[in-house]
Every structure is written in structure tokens, then in C-alpha cells.
Ligand binder design. Sequence first.
Ligand code: FES
Length: 111
Amino acid sequence: MTRRIEIPAGQLPASGARAALQIEDKHLALFNVDGSLFAIDDSCPHQGASLLGGDLQGRIIQCRAHGLRFDLASGCMPNVTNFGVAAYPLDITEGRTFILLPDRPSRESAQ
Ligand code: FES
């Protein structure tokens, strides 16, 4: 199951820009690439550096710490399918933008 959480319009990056977003305990990085929005965890899966300030080429973000690259759409490294950063779907409906986040584990399943 997923949760659908609205992102306030004022927190959405303009075309060509990026923005940090915190939802609950998640620190996310939003990118607007030529009008298309992408949302990923703002934490590199290698050693946790922020990806928000990485070098962006098209929709490939390169971590500034050690240079790993991730596709903003899938979160995967190019040509690698089993290692990457979490990427979250966005749903734009009637001018409102929602991010789809996985449900939190319940207390019973977390124990
Ligand atoms: S922390 Fe991102 S490549 Fe090492």
C-alpha cells in the first residue's frame, strides 16, 4: 500500500530547479527537469551524501561525494538494476501534485 501526500505548490521547484522537501522523517530531493518532476531520497545509497546538490545531466544526478550516478526516474544507476536510491512516483491531478510513499510499517510488524 502507498500513501498519497500532497506537496504544496509553493514547495515545487520551477523548471530547471530543484528543492529539498521533508515529509515526516523523510528528506527528499525534488527535481524539475524540463517540466517533469522527480522525487528521490536525498541520501546517496553509497555513504549517505546529499544528492540535492549533485551534478545533473538530463535526468541523471551524480553524487558529489564519490561520483555515483542515478537516474531520477528509477533511482537506479545506469546499467545497474539492483542498487540505487529510492525514487517515488508523483501524481499530478487537477493542478495538484501528490507524492506516493510506501506505508509505514505498523507497530506490530516492526516488532
Ligand atoms: S556517498 Fe554518494 S557516491 Fe559515495
